[in-house]
Design a protein around this ligand. Sequence first.
Ligand code: GZL
Length: 325
Amino acid sequence: MRRSIVILLSVLLCLCLIIVLESCAQKPVESPPRKPIVGFSQLGSESGWRVGNTRDIIAAAERADLQLMYLNADQSQENQIKAIRSFIAYQVDVITLAPIVEDGWDTVLREAKDAGIPLLLTDRAISVSDETLYAGFIGSDFLEEGRRAGRFLLEKTRDMKRVRIVEISGTENSTPARERAIGFREVLDDDPRYEFIRSVNGDFLRSKGLECMENILKETTDIDVLYSHNDAMTLGAIEAIEAAGIAPGKDMIIITVDGEQGAIDLLKQGKINCVVECTPIIGDTVMALVKKLAAGEEIPRVTYSTERVFTEWDEDLQSIPPRGY
Ligand code: GZL
């Protein structure tokens, strides 16, 4: 009797051992899925806006648990094209590009498409012969930003008989520069009181904003309005305006775009009259779209940021929270 129980237990033990070995043999050791890799080509570091945008994108990739390859092109389209080719060679899952200008992308974007790598435009748009060369765009509605600046000026100058405008524009052939100019003129062009006496390119740089304004003030000080396409150029221009003994925000209406801390501070001091917000804090939305593309999903063709306008008429100026850029 005792002997048969021992035999039965031994058989049962062997059976259990076989089952365990079978299950181990069948289940391959699964490595955790690789984190998707996104290549990000940033155009440069020309303004506080750009630096804030870069910081936000990098932090958002971390929050999204994505691997980020970040390359800064230092204001060179050639460097951005090289960056995209590096991302292709590295076989990233998605490429996101903040294009410095609108033209010259067809060839390299064709290479990315042929490599089966989806590309997301962030911040600025491009002009290509084949719209399938990129999956979508996330950034600001620059036409509306220009219109918002124009609507403020209409209201601010409703009692003026003539309004002489100086415009300092951003990087030539960039979407924000082109469309901020168009949107602003859409609102004003039907009204003969508005005259553009100068429109010069400041390349979104503070140093050029200063230089442009110094040169214009040497020719004329009969200026009613400065419309500047970004805060960096505006801060430079205001240095020249004050050096000429002119009170910005009082003797000359100042309208700027971005919403950097420096511009908001001058708005609070009465040296700027209107700040049209253009938010650089788009990283989480960028990475959510990147994740969709990495998973082979469709994304919206255009995703606009939500933005506002700050003016001298706002009652809560002093309570505007820190801008973070
Ligand atoms: C706008 C962005 C512009 C900012 C500038 O989305 O491309 O470039 O307005 C920056 O400050 O240089």
